[in-house]
Design a protein around this ligand. Structure first.
Ligand code: 1CP
Length: 343
């Protein structure tokens, strides 16, 4: 069993294992080189050889305890017939987003869609990765993915997506159910290819009220967990309902994920006294503090370890590594954690 799997199964390991969201990416020169060679971000995601190289770069450099497969949560929307592009400045762009168009399913079966390339990246990477290290597969949760489909890209007006969902409720729920179905199949393919942990990213769950959170975040996530576990009862699943605040508790109890990633906005003592009693947590140093470095970073890392190391814990960030983060801050982060002695 990998070290991360042991921790998610309830073992207390000190110092805890480490991996970071967006640990591969533009802050690494070796990533920027392969990204330039690949021509575009999508080419890179769909090229198993290059994507596998990029997945392993942060492991070679920092010796993290897990690799997360290099891909993107939005690739799946091509299966629903939407054309995805990534613009250097704007980020993801979906032409003919839902506000203008109806769903016209292009690929119902994951294995007959371009997502099959991600399975290939996973097999290639598993063959090269140390046996003690986990390979993390992932998908976006239906609500978060649907915000991009509705809006056509990143937005800062989530109220428009919420309004659209309520105004077109039946159609919206059909889309959520379709995303549950395809995402489950996609995750099952990832486990078959060699992923031993799955993460479900719900980056925009924090904009919803409790009722919508229950119906659009908790229920679809529970369905995905159920579908994956039916096929692979032992695979461990980490949920990330970012900015869900006090809704984290119901999310943990009702989705039946095996662990949750916590964002930096959550109070650490609340996490320790409440969430850590319910499940294994991963978190939650702020990516801004990692970028800043120095004593602020050092103190936050130690405080995080002091707070959470009485129970099973995975050390990481509350969100992804920022683009201009100095590489030596990441090495120092790993160094401080590995030298940590539990009080
Ligand atoms: O040109 C580039 O280098 C593109 C930048 C980039 C990268 C490196 C994007 C575009 N995606 C990724 C990789 C990625 N995305 C991974 C790989 C593995 C890793 O973590 O190292 C993962 C897991 C994601 C997940 C992802 N993509 C999420 C959920 C997690 C999160 O960060 O909140 C979301 C919301 C996306 C959408 C996305 N992909 C890329 C951009 C610029 C965006 C938009 C983000 C936004 O709307 O704010």
């Amino acid at each position: 069993m990998t070290i991360l799997n042991k921790v998610i199964s309830g073992k207390i390991i000190n110092p805890p294992p480490i991996w970071l969201m967006r640990q591969a990416g533009r802050y690494l020169p070796e990533y920027r080189q392969i990204r330039a060679e690949s021509g575009s971000f999508l080419n890179l995601c769909y090229s198993p050889k290059l994507a596998s190289k990029v997945t392993l770069q942060p492991i070679d450099r920092f010796d993290f305890d897990a690799a997360i497969i290099f891909a993107d949560i939005l690739l799946i929307i091509e299966n629903l017939g939407f054309k995805l592009d990534f613009n250097e400045k704007k980020g993801p762009v979906i032409e003919n987003c839902l506000i203008n168009k109806k769903i016209n399913i292009l690929y119902k079966e994951v294995k007959k869609s371009p997502l099959i390339n991600i399975g290939e990246t996973i097999s290639l990477t598993r063959g090269k990765l140390d046996k003690n290290k986990s390979l993390i597969g992932f998908c976006g949760a239906p609500w978060t993915v649907s915000t991009y489909i509705i809006n056509g890209g990143t937005t800062n007006s989530y109220e428009k997506c919420i309004k659209w969902a309520h105004d077109n409720y039946e159609y919206f729920m059909e889309m959520i159910n379709l995303l549950v179905e395809i995402s489950s199949e996609y995750l099952i393919m990832q486990v078959e290819a060699g992923a031993d942990i799955i993460k479900i990213f719900d980056t925009w769950s924090g904009v919803l009220n409790k009722n919508d959170f229950d119906n659009w975040v908790i229920k679809p996530t529970y369905q995905i967990v159920k579908n994956v576990k039916k096929k692979f009862p032992d695979v461990k699943i980490i949920g990330f309902p970012k900015n869900a605040g006090y809704f984290y508790e119901d999310y943990i109890k009702e989705t039946q994920v095996d662990a949750v990633a916590i964002d930096p906005d959550l109070d650490m003592l609340y996490c320790k006294n409440t969430l850590q009693k319910l499940t294994v947590i991963q978190g939650n140093v702020s990516p801004e503090v990692l970028k800043l470095g120095g004593d602020t970073m050092k103190n936050d890392i130690i405080k995080t370890l002091d707070t959470f190391s009485d129970y099973s814990f995975i050390m990481g960030l509350g969100h992804g590594v920022l683009k201009d983060t100095p590489i030596n801050h990441v090495s120092e982060f790993v160094d401080i954690v590995r030298k940590y002695k539990r009080k």
